[in-house]
Design a binder for this molecule. Structure first.
Ligand code: XMP
Length: 505
């Protein structure tokens, strides 16, 4: 007869934090959000420490190179999605590793034959107002000129006007050679009173763009996460089927950490994958595993040698696994159980295996709750999908800007390997995710800063100055359904627009 599972199945929204004593030292400016990414022995330090406890989900709609760079600049890590060919994934990893801070590779390049209407469409989709022009429209093509908002404001009446007729042609552009440093680029920008400096090689091909504002923002990035060669740190997703082919390419491309991406991680497939990596790379390659939702699952993956363990089944915003298959568990209860198991495992073995809470974060306070419940870091999909840097299109839906966001288990992603349980059929038997829109929210930096300001502030209310202290001091309480109503604005008629009253992050 089946056993009845003793654990509970609560979600983050069913909990609150009860404030603790805060001293005059408990101010947000004193709070550290540093956290270990991979396992370490008692008395030692993790080989990778993040400056903020955030990683981006291993998803097509979330983790491309642009988001990976933006997140590393804030102190977190992206896991480039694995539901693409190993070669394409490795090339995305390489793009992050070879990125020279401040030198932007254009993702909105025009051809001279395109029209003003094309420019306006690209501007609306990407939010970019400055676009380089190359002969073939490729980011490294022969440089023909540049279009800025000043050019198309002058000529906005005729939407069929060709780009070649209103761009600033290459002959009139101030450009620089790829050997020039960012500091020198900035001097050229100021001396010539331009906002954008195209970097063009001796053959006349475009290499990158330097923006006046990027130099200033680069100087103001104390949290950025760099490897020993001053390159941004980046992770990559792998699966339990083609690791022998994929892992070597990712390692070669410079991935700092890998993560097995699977909807259900308490399985021998994960052990086989971890065994293969250890056999070929020893401990040099760091690899997380998951997802699990209880102590038994955690122990299994920790004993198999996972460098971190990911928690969560069916709690993601685009997930329908629980509806489709009836498996999963409320994210908060799953996390609490797994973190307890991590602490017991540490006591017994002296090895600390960090826990990642994956999916289901809706409000900023959910982040603080998850960290208080014991998560070392959080994996977020919907949250990051809303930003300029996510790889999806920005679209206008009924007058509001939205970004596309689809699950890895949706028919659109076709990530059969994430849901695969064996057999040779490379296809999804049924979907476990949906295709959707999420409200566009602007640049990653502004949003991450805003969310973490709230996290820091709540930590101060709990009397904590770092994440270890938060776990130790946090007093967590279950809330009733009526106290949830009491916690929101109630019994008043709101004056502000619905958007201003939307406290979701
Ligand atoms: P959030 O809530 O941050 O969740 O959007 C992101 C996480 O959801 C998982 N994921 C899926 N789960 N079907 C699922 O059941 C899917 O199609 C799917 N796609 C992603 C994944 O763990 C991700 O990090």
């Amino acid at each position: 007869m089946a056993t009845f599972f003793e654990g509970e199945s609560h979600t983050f929204s069913e909990y609150l934090l009860v404030p603790g004593y805060s001293s005059s030292q408990n101010v947000p400016a004193n709070v550290s959000l540093k956290t270990p990414l991979v396992k370490f022995k008692r008395g030692e330090q993790s080989a990778i420490t993040m400056n903020i406890p955030m990683v981006s989900a291993i998803m097509q709609a979330v983790s491309g190179p642009r988001l990976a760079i933006a997140l590393a600049q804030q102190g977190g890590i992206s896991f480039i999605y694995g539901s693409q060919t190993p070669e394409d994934e490795a090339s995305m990893v390489r793009e992050v590793k070879s990125y020279k801070a401040g030198f932007v590779i254009s993702d909105s390049t025009l051809t001279p034959a395109m029209t003003l209407q094309d420019v306006l469409d690209i501007r609306d989709t990407t939010g970019h107002t400055t676009m380089p022009v190359t002969e073939d429209g490729q980011p490294f093509g022969k440089f023909c000129g540049i279009v800025t908002s000043r050019d198309y404001r002058v000529s906005r009446d005729d939407r069929n006007l060709k780009v070649s007729e209103f761009m600033t042609p290459a002959s009139e552009c101030v450009t620089a050679d790829p050997s020039v440093s960012l500091k020198e680029c900035n001097d050229i920008i100021w001396d010539n009173k331009v906002n954008t400096l195209p970097i063009v090689d001796k053959n006349g091909n475009l290499c990158s763009l330097v923006f006046r504002k990027d130099y200033d923002s680069h100087k103001a990035r104390p949290e950025e996460l760099l490897d020993e060669h001053k390159r941004y740190i980046v992770g990559a997703g792998i699966n339990t089927r083609d690791y022998a082919e994929r892992v070597p390419l990712l390692v070669e491309a410079g991935a700092d950490v890998l993560c097995i991406d699977s909807s259900e991680g308490f399985s021998e497939w994960q052990k086989l994958t971890l065994d293969w990596i250890r056999e070929h790379y020893g401990d040099r390659v760091k690899v997380g595993a998951g997802n699990v939702v209880d102590a038994e699952g955690f122990r299994y993956l920790a004993q198999c040698g996972a460098d971190f363990v990911k928690v969560g089944i069916g709690g993601g915003s685009i997930c329908i696994t629980r509806e489709q298959k009836g498996i999963g568990r409320g994210q908060a209860s799953a996390l609490i159980d797994v973190c307890r198991a991590r602490d017991e495992y540490y006591e017994e073995t002296g090895v600390y295996v960090p826990v990642c809470s994956d999916g289901g974060i809706v409000y900023d306070y959910h982040m603080t709750l998850a960290l208080a419940m014991g998560a070392d870091f959080l994996m977020l999909g919907r949250y990051f999908a809303r930003f300029d840097e996510s790889p999806t299109r920005r679209v206008n839906v009924n007058g509001s800007y939205m970004k596309e966001y689809w699950g890895e288990g949706s028919a659109r992603a076709r990530n059969w390997a994430r849901y695969d349980l064996g057999g040779s059929k490379k296809q999804l038997s049924f979907v476990e995710g949906v295709d959707s829109y999420v409200p566009y929210a602007g640049p990653l930096k502004d949003n991450v800063d805003g969310s973490l300001t709230k996290v820091r502030s709540t930590m101060c209310n709990c009397g904590a100055l770092d994440l270890a202290e938060l776990r130790e001091k946090a007093k967590i309480t279950l809330v009733s359904a009526t106290s949830l109503v009491e916690g929101g604005a109630h019994d008043v008629m709101l004056k502000d627009s619905p958007a201003e009253n939307n406290f979701r992050s």
